[in-house]
Design a binder for this molecule. Structure first.
Ligand SMILES: Cc1cc2nc3c(=O)[nH]c(=O)nc-3n(C[C@H](O)[C@H](O)[C@H](O)COP(=O)(O)OP(=O)(O)OC[C@H]3O[C@@H](n4cnc5c(N)ncnc54)[C@H](O)[C@@H]3O)c2cc1C
Length: 295
């Protein structure tokens, strides 16, 4: 490994200024659980490493009206244990708790998970189901991109070389809503997902209909994506077994169309709809739990 220049800015201004001068030569370091391996395996060869570790503004979880704002340097452990995330974005706590091992969860960050753009990034389907929007910053200013529009393929995003993820904003779960994240790996611990599914369901007791349904799949295509047809089947319907079955059928068609003929397709075409069914049922059971608690 060659000797690299290392820079650790203390605030966002220093970071943006540094990235604007370095352009393509700098590699951002968050927890390093992906970057260090990529360096070791000579998959990347940056001129310098710029660490986000000492920038306090990039860490933490706050609530603003019906939104939750997450700093990209927040670790998986912090997300999994946050009372705010557990009560208002439960599936993100579940997804964070499912990552790697305790060491990886204590070090790896949600910003790193997003920017690494792996098809199997565990927080990505959960964040997509929470309508995550990224605030992207550079010396030229700030822009916002919904996470579902952020990806351009495996390891590829719309981030320019001088930009970084400054904030992640998600919708808090509806008060009468429920959510679930489910991951299938080759084993229970320290396993990259073979397929994952995230679901959010909102329900109105006044109209007795589903007001909101968001489903996102991971490890199915180059990047996680939303299952809009399956979502649309459920929105406006009552929470019946038949409505859920119709939604799962629509999901089955969307997943099959995306999977095509690749080697893992047969397994994922079978496992995918089962996960959609389980995720919807888990989310719906939380809807019922919320009713009983509020009654
Ligand atoms: C043993 C092991 C097990 C793992 N298991 C899992 C698993 O089960 N599930 C899973 O999803 N992942 C897993 N990972 C992958 C990794 O831990 C995650 O992708 C993690 O989120 C990366 O975060 P990090 O903070 O370590 O990022 P880093 O490695 O520091 O950075 C990752 C990428 O993101 C960029 N980056 C980081 N922060 C920003 C930012 N704010 N703005 C712009 N770019 C940024 C970096 O430049 C780099 O390209 C595993 C890794 C290891 C080594």
């Amino acid at each position: 490994m060659k000797l690299l220049t290392y820079y650790a800015p203390k605030n966002i201004k220093q970071l943006t200024e540094f990235l604007s001068t370095k352009k393509t030569g700098a590699k951002i370091l968050a927890g390093g659980t992906d970057v260090v391996i990529q360096l070791r395996e000579h998959k990347i060869d940056p001129e310098c490493i710029v660490s986000l570790k000492f920038i306090p503004e990039l860490k933490g979880i706050t609530e603003q009206a019906d939104k939750i704002i997450v700093g990209p340097m927040t670790t998986f452990t912090e997300l999994a244990e946050s009372p705010l995330i557990r009560s208002k974005a439960f599936l993100l706590a579940q997804a964070s708790a499912s990552v790697g091992s305790p060491q990886i969860r204590n070090t790896g960050t949600v910003g790193g998970n997003i920017a690494n753009a792996s098809p199997a990034g565990d927080t990505l389907p959960a964040l997509m189901a929470l309508n995550a929007v990224l605030t992207i910053t550079s010396d030229h200013g700030e822009r916002q991109i919904p996470l579902k529009d952020f990806y351009l393929g495996i390891g590829k995003t719309k981030l320019a070389a001088d930009e970084f993820v400054k904030l992640i904003t998600v919708d808090a779960l509806p008060a009468t809503g429920g959510s679930a994240f489910i991951k299938l790996g080759r084993r229970n611990a320290l396993a990259i997902s073979r397929i994952s599914m995230a679901a959010v369901v909102g329900y109105s007791r006044e109209s007795n209909t589903v007001t909101d349904c968001r489903i996102a799949a991971g490890s199915v295509a180059q990047n996680p994506f939303r299952l809009h047809k399956a979502e649309n089947v459920l929105v406006g319907a009552d929470l019946t077994t038949a409505a859920v079955a119709k939604s799962v059928q629509a999901a089955c068609e969307e997943l099959s169309a995306t999977l095509g003929q690749r080697a893992s397709a047969a397994y994922k075409k079978t496992a995918g709809p089962v996960l959609v069914h389980r995720a919807l049922n888990q989310a719906i059971s939380q809807v019922y739990d919320n009713w009983t608690q509020q009654a």
